[in-house]
Write a protein of this length. Structure first.
Length: 650
């Protein structure tokens, strides 16, 4: 029997119209994603349902010579929806979503360790009348905690096929594929599960008894650890300690790897200089592509390590605890723990954070969280922070056992997160007042060792998105910047008339940059940023970062390479104002760097985020408000940071 996977592109819907469609349903944390990946492989088409912004995940599985479309529906605890995600799951099962065919059959994923609770959901799905197969996950954990379940007897009691699966190990996937081939023969329950709550509870009890089910023993390690991690005081202390260690690791572990990547790109630039020779081709290849894009790619080790640590914390079960602890803080600003989960997603990128607000039942909470999400420090800011903190703080400095650079990084992340809360509070007051509060509940999964494959997939998926941006948006931006920095052309006579030694390529490049279109644009916009201490080169970097924050690093890298091709890093540290009343003074002083760091904490410099805000809110009103208030706030807070740093003698 063979199995494989192919992308199910949206344009292929018509082609796959005759292919059986199998819906995958289950509660969050039930292992549904592992089952989906096991059936379809690691490749799946993601998109949106017609007419709505809720994401859909569709893969194609081949088994026994037949093709099956597997659709992973949004996780839900029941079929009485309270959020947009849950509403979509119900509408798809009931065939009420226009443009999406009702599934031919359904796979119901349940967690063996919480089977009693899951049976209510199973009863609701079976009542829909679709051919069904129950997939029981975490049976290994059930046995490890002295629980017991006869999976075959469970299927007999329910009246539908039942398969045990340990998704992250691949156990049971082959048998599940065999069941897919038999979907047309799946029996319906002889007796439909009752709808009355009391009768349904009695039904669940009888099913569990027939299946010889014994609930797992309490996870004593989880209980002991949670006594600390969920404590109002100690839980908060541990949370901040984890975050400090998080950023210390990002700096200390990734530094040697970053040095290696930097040496590689320096070597490539040297090869271009040696073999291509002077002129535009060498400048475009060496300065724009290798120098500009390479200046961003040197931060890949930090990016990968950031995603790795986030995936490990999520996989081990700590993130749910962090949401619970932060719920107390969020409540003071009118939000709840689910909003923290969405904001936490924004640490990787604001876009999935904004999309994660679909799980919030309150329209007011969704708007407030979306408008605050850009303040959470995304991975695009990381290259900027690493560059500027390296200019501001000596890597050898420490505060007690902690490196000073890591503490500054933690402070910037904390500043963004703390600022997001009052912003959310304001927008909740301004938003739709018709929404009703819904009690906050969150399942605390037992602590588990994360599956290496799942962690690697999560890291690679996020790192690939960063590399894709480098190969598209950042390449286009750096090439455009290189042209702006090298145009207009100057003849040898013009250079000699200006007193430039035409035999010195560094002097020629420096003159060209100082009199380029980019310099003119930077000086024209200069008065806006002059109170922040930015010269025209920094201003151009800030303007280029409106498309993608990482291009700020690429811009400064190109400028520094012109001033000192041998050591661009030293050129940045030694950069001085070239004209005006500050001519000759250092550009990157402590007050200016502080202003830059704070500006990047607050500014909304991501047009993709603006586009997603437009899509999620259905209007340009809120994206325009978000861009305006965040840009103004960035300028004001940067000015304040510069003033305070100068007063402190920085």
């Amino acid at each position: 029997m063979s199995a494989g996977c192919h992308d199910a592109a949206s344009g292929a819907e018509t082609t796959l119209a005759a292919v059986p469609r199998i819906a995958l349903v289950g509660s969050p944390n039930a292992g549904k994603t592992s089952v989906f990946n096991g059936l379809t492989g690691l490749r799946a088409k993601t998109g949106n349902y017609p007419g709505v912004t809720v994401s859909r995940f569709v893969g194609v599985c081949r088994t026994g010579g037949q093709k099956y479309v597997i659709e992973d529906l949004p996780g839900t605890y029941g079929l009485e929806p309270v959020s947009p995600d849950e509403r979509i799951a119900v509408d798809v099962l009931d065939g009420r979503l226009e443009g999406v065919r009702r599934p031919d059959a359904v796979l119901i994923v349940v967690d063996a360790t919480t089977l009693r609770r899951s049976l209510g959901f199973v009863a609701e799905v079976l009542a829909r009348g679709l051919p069904a197969c129950v997939v029981v996950t975490f049976t290994d954990e059930l046995a490890r905690r002295q629980g017991r379940l006869d999976v075959g007897a469970l299927g007999q009691a329910l009246g539908v096929p039942t398969v045990a699966v340990v998704g992250h190990r691949g156990y049971g996937i082959a048998r599940l594929r065999e069941q897919l081939a038999l979907w047309r023969t799946w029996p319906a329950p002889a007796v439909t599960p009752p709808t009355d709550p009391a009768e349904r509870d009695a039904w669940a009890t009888s099913v569990l008894a027939f299946a010889d089910y014994r609930a797992p023993e309490r996870h004593r390690v989880t209980e002991r650890v949670d006594a600390v991690l969920l404590h109002p005081v100690w839980g908060t202390v541990v949370f901040f300690a984890v975050m400090v260690l998080f950023f210390q690791t990002v700096f200390t572990v990734a530094a040697p790897l970053q040095d290696g990547v930097e040496a590689l790109f320096a070597r490539l630039s040297g090869l271009v200089a040696d073999h291509v020779g002077p002129g535009w081709p060498a400048g475009l290849l060496g300065d724009a592509l290798i120098g500009g894009v390479g200046g961003v790619l040197v931060f890949v080790p930090q990016i990968v390590l950031l995603f790795l640590l986030l995936a490990l914390l999520e996989g081990v079960g700590y993130m749910a605890r962090a949401a619970f602890v932060m719920d107390r803080v969020m409540a003071r600003f009118g939000l709840e723990g689910r909003a923290f989960v969405a904001l936490l997603s924004s640490f990787a990128c604001a876009i999935p954070g904004i999309m994660a607000t679909r799980t919030l039942p309150s329209a007011r909470d969704r708007l407030a969280t979306m408008m605050a999400a850009p303040l959470m420090t995304c991975s695009a800011r990381l290259p900027v922070y690493v560059l500027l903190i390296g200019l501001l703080v000596d890597p050898s400095r420490s505060v007690g056992p902690f490196g000073a650079q890591g503490l500054v990084m933690f402070g910037l992340y904390l500043l963004g997160a703390v600022s997001a809360l009052p912003a959310a509070w304001v927008f909740k007051k301004l938003g739709d007042r018709r929404g009703q509060a819904v009690p906050f509940s969150m399942e605390m999964p037992p602590y588990r060792l994360p599956a290496p494959r799942a962690v690697l997939v999560a890291v690679w998926s996020s790192a690939r998105a960063f590399l894709r941006k480098c190969s598209t948006v950042i390449v286009a931006t750096t090439v455009a910047l290189w042209l702006l920095l090298n145009l207009p052309l100057h003849s040898a006579a013009d250079l000699r008339a200006a007193g430039v030694d035409t035999g010195d390529p560094v002097a020629v490049s420096a003159y060209t940059v100082e009199h380029s279109y980019a310099a003119g644009l930077g000086r024209a916009v200069g008065p806006v940023f002059e109170p922040l201490g930015f010269d025209w080169r920094i201003t151009i970097g800030v303007l280029s970062a409106q498309g993608a924050r990482e291009t700020f690093v690429a811009t400064l890298g190109q400028v520094a390479a012109v001033e000192d091709p041998e050591d661009p890093a030293r050129a940045l540290r030694d950069m001085t104002y070239s004209d005006g009343p500050r001519a000759g003074e250092a550009v990157f002083t402590a007050p200016t760097i502080a202003a830059l760091l704070v500006y990047f904490v607050y500014a909304l410099q991501c047009m993709a985020t603006v586009a997603v805000l437009r899509r999620e809110t259905g209007t340009w009103r809120w994206p325009v408000i978000a861009f305006t208030y965040l840009t103004a706030l960035a300028w004001l807070m940067a000015c304040l940071a510069r003033t305070v740093t100068a007063l402190l003698g920085g």
